[in-house]
Design a protein around this ligand. Structure first.
Ligand code: ATP
Length: 362
């Protein structure tokens, strides 16, 4: 079986980190002795918008929909904007087009990796933030209204249908993690149910669905308190599930806990499709210098193999994902091949090359 992978190279540092990531995937497949992936490069992004007036062509959406998984690098550039002044965001449009409601952001510390928190327990942090990715404050993201010079309004939308799927996804994820780690799983719903009715509704659906998973610990937290606890004691959390905007903010906080956005992978998963991309943006400030950290993109490709393997019941892919994680772990264990964001001096090519070398010698 050969799986069709739709690839969006993106803008800024996007192509610089995508090219070595495909080399990493090819190395893993060669190591496994399997010819498993067939890539199709698809146009989209800020540069494409500048040239054609279209950020995410319908043909690209349909080709992505028809693929088995989608690998997407960072997109958007601050100086290329729509007439209303907002940046183009095809990665967000794709989440809506393919109904990718569960944004999965795993955070953990690799052995030897240096992190900003000095408490030794912080090295044990290992949690997943699940960000709802199709509604919340982003549901009407192009429909905000500016009322003259006096005021502006935006709308937040929570639906029962999406919330139920989101919570069930989070509970199943916690079950899978609990099984793998041999301990009880925990899911925390992060909201602002004390102030907003929409979040009271969100929380009540969480509590309803939680009854079907009695083997899990389930609890709730307000987002402001959670922002503090994530800094004070992040090692206590397992799976956290939250609304789109809260998830957007908390996932950057979470990436900061492990030292850099350059190490934070993500997946946006729906019932029929999934996109894998780094949490970071296109980093125009460093684009073209060959110094971007490729590891978040490479770890996103590992998540893709793991997801695809589970979906297709193909253990070779799951094994391939684990091999990439191990190779990244080797590279992070000393400073020689780290890029500037992690305190090193390596180029993107040096860092990715070290991952490939670790894979070959494993
Ligand atoms: P977006 O809103 O599209 O997520 P952003 O405005 O949050 O983007 P990023 O493009 O993620 O911004 O960049 C934030 C900072 O992190 C920049 O200083 C950038 O250089 C740095 N950065 C982001 N990704 C990487 C990376 N892979 N390697 C090194 N530095 C990075």
């Amino acid at each position: 079986m050969v799986y069709r992978i739709a690839v969006f190279e993106g803008d800024g540092i996007g192509p610089e980190i995508m090219a070595p990531t495909l080399e990493v995937l090819d190395t893993v497949l060669a190591k496994l002795g399997r010819d498993l992936l067939d890539y199709t490069m698809l146009p989209a992004g800020a540069a494409h918008y500048k040239n054609t007036g279209e950020a995410l062509p319908t043909a690209s959406i349909e080709a992505a929909r028809a693929s088995d998984a989608i690998l997407l690098s960072a997109m958007g550039l601050p100086d290329i904007r729509k007439p209303d002044g907002t940046e183009i965001t095809p990665q967000i449009e794709l989440r809506f087009a393919l109904n990718l409601y569960a944004g999965v952001r795993p955070i953990r510390v690799f052995p030897g990796q240096s992190i900003p928190l000095s408490d030794p327990r912080a090295r044990d942090m290992d949690f997943v933030l699940v960000r709802e990715s199709t509604e919340g404050l982003f549901a009407h993201m192009n429909e905000g209204v500016i009322h003259g010079q006096e005021a502006a309004t935006e709308t937040l939308r929570i639906t029962r249908a999406t919330s139920e799927k989101l919570f069930d996804f989070s509970f199943r994820l916690a079950e899978r993690r609990a099984k793998a780690k041999g301990r009880r799983g925990r899911v925390t719903c992060v909201d602002k149910a004390n102030v907003f009715r929409a979040f009271w509704f969100f929380r009540s659906i969480f509590e309803e669905r939680a009854r079907a998973f009695p083997e899990l610990v389930t609890d709730t937290a307000y987002v402001d308190a959670m922002a503090m606890w994530m800094v004070q004691r992040p090692w206590e959390f397992d799976v956290m599930v939250t609304e789109n905007m809260f998830g957007d903010i908390l996932s950057d906080l979470a990436a900061g806990l492990v030292g850099s956005l350059g190490l934070a992978p993500s997946a946006d998963i729906g019932d029929d499709a999934a996109v894998f991309q780094p949490c970071h943006g296109s980093a125009p400030d460093i684009a073209g210098h060959g110094v971007a950290n490729p590891l978040a993109m490479i770890l996103s490709a590992a998540m893709m193999l793991d997801w695809l393997g589970a979906e297709q019941q193909d253990d070779a892919l799951i094994q391939g994902g684990a091999m990439i994680e191990d190779a990244v772990s080797v590279v992070l264990s000393d400073a020689t091949h780290l890029t500037g964001d992690l305190g090193g001096q390596a180029t993107t090519g040096d860092c990715a090359g070290a991952v490939i070398a670790a894979l070959k010698s494993a």
